[in-house]
Design a protein around this ligand. Structure first.
Ligand code: PMT
Length: 224
């Protein structure tokens, strides 16, 4: 059994990827499976934490088997994730935003299926910016609350990746930022991950590589 070093801590984790509908049959989404976020929730519950897990569009089977100590809420769009997260954040001691959030959503959602017969050879979509949930969370942070963001980046150069991470940590106002390289074949849906954890000043505090559950434990060791 794991050390109960998170006993008495209320932990909020988000996982998966938001989807933004275009019409009743289509959406704009991303390739997050939810595995890393769910692994964080499981590790936190195993270590005695009282865990709320908000999930968006997980891959099949990612949630099973579910630890009894985890309260799960399901959402789909960014606005739904925003509402659920801001509500749950009020009582959380530690918040970890592992969900992959759509930065933009279609300005209008068609009531019926968009038909190519009524469109020309090109179809233009107008997107509007979504709220930055993480930025809102850090703006409303209460005393003693620790807020952890993730940064999914495709930058191949390590120094440039770290610089992007440091800038994002400052911009979002987080206590820690988990820098996660992603790509066509990296990270999304995989059982393994490689991350670098930065503190609020952009300093590299730890690096972890291995199964998403071992990476989750390493992240919790630092941010708890
Ligand atoms: O789910 P897996 O297949 O296991 O893959 C894991 C992962 C790659 C999805 C995960 O480890 C990860 O990196 N999640 C964050 C993805 C993301 O949205 O990164 P970002 O750099 O676009 O956003 C930075 C941070 O701001 C994130 O904590 C994100 O949750 C948050 N955000 C982003 C946009 C927005 N509008 N609101 C937000 O809160």
């Amino acid at each position: 059994t794991a050390p109960q070093d998170l006993a008495g801590r209320r932990i909020l984790v988000t996982a998966g990827g938001t989807r933004e509908p275009l019409d009743p049959v289509r959406f704009i989404g991303n390739r997050s499976s939810g595995k890393q976020g769910v692994a964080l929730a499981r590790a936190a519950a195993d270590r005695g934490g009282e865990v709320t897990l908000i999930v968006a569009n997980l891959d099949d089977g990612v949630l099973e088997p579910l630890s009894p100590g985890i309260a799960v809420q399901h959402v789909s769009t960014t606005l739904e994730l925003q509402e659920a997260t801001l509500l749950a954040a009020g009582t959380a001691d530690l918040i970890i935003m592992a969900a992959a959030v759509a930065d933009y959503r279609p300005q209008t959602v068609a009531a019926g299926k968009i038909k190519k017969e009524t469109q020309g050879d090109t179809l233009e979509l107008k997107l509007v910016k979504n709220p930055d949930i993480l930025h809102e969370l850090t703006g409303a942070r209460h005393d003693g609350q620790v807020i952890v963001g993730f940064a999914a980046e495709t930058e191949p150069d390590r120094d440039a990746l770290l610089a992007l991470g440091a800038a994002k940590a400052a911009r979002k106002g987080v206590d820690y930022l988990v820098v996660n390289r992603v790509g066509w074949t990296e990270t999304f849906g995989k059982d393994e991950n490689v991350v670098i954890v930065l503190d609020a000043t952009g300093r590299n505090v730890t690096e972890a590589e291995g199964s998403k559950s071992s990476v989750a434990d390493r992240i919790l060791d630092v941010v708890r």
